[in-house]
Design a protein. Structure first.
Length: 142
């Protein structure tokens, strides 16, 4: 099963306010896996499948409590979008997922600020869950 770019996963729990997370990756299998894991943590997940889609969702559907983004995506990288969002005042935590292992990428991630974590692909579900919990908690009521 693949997730179209515009799909928004709503996991409604009565009147509980839920953390909203924006997940961006052009690899639809990775997008689906990350979205599923975050949904199980009780988060409301919005997805994007390109840099352009990520930029649009940040601008039109924000604010978000967390952004999880791949680095290398079509049109505009996840890092480019997040740097632009930071410049515009967006301060939510960010998890950058990447298969790139170079100093330039690490330096670019660091410039996003203190509430940023990098997960190198491949990563385990446990690593993703621990990173999310460290940044925003595990879901409603935390």
């Amino acid at each position: 099963m693949t997730i179209p770019c515009a799909v928004r996963h709503l996991h409604q729990l009565d009147d509980v306010t839920r953390n909203r997370v924006l997940v961006a990756d052009d690899d639809l299998e990775m997008l689906e896996m990350v979205s599923r894991v975050l949904g199980r943590l009780g988060l409301e997940v919005v997805t994007a499948c390109s840099g352009a889609d990520l930029l649009e969702k940040v601008a039109e559907q924000g604010p978000f409590d967390l952004v999880v983004t791949d680095v290398a995506m079509p049109w505009m990288s996840g890092l480019q979008v997040m740097h632009s969002a930071r410049t515009a005042g967006m301060r939510c935590p960010v998890i950058v997922i990447t298969a790139l292992r170079n100093h330039r990428t690490a330096d670019q991630v660091e410039t996003l600020g203190a509430e940023v974590r990098r997960l190198n692909k491949p990563f385990s579900v446990g690593e993703l869950e621990d990173t999310v919990r460290a940044l925003v908690g595990g879901g409603p009521g935390e």
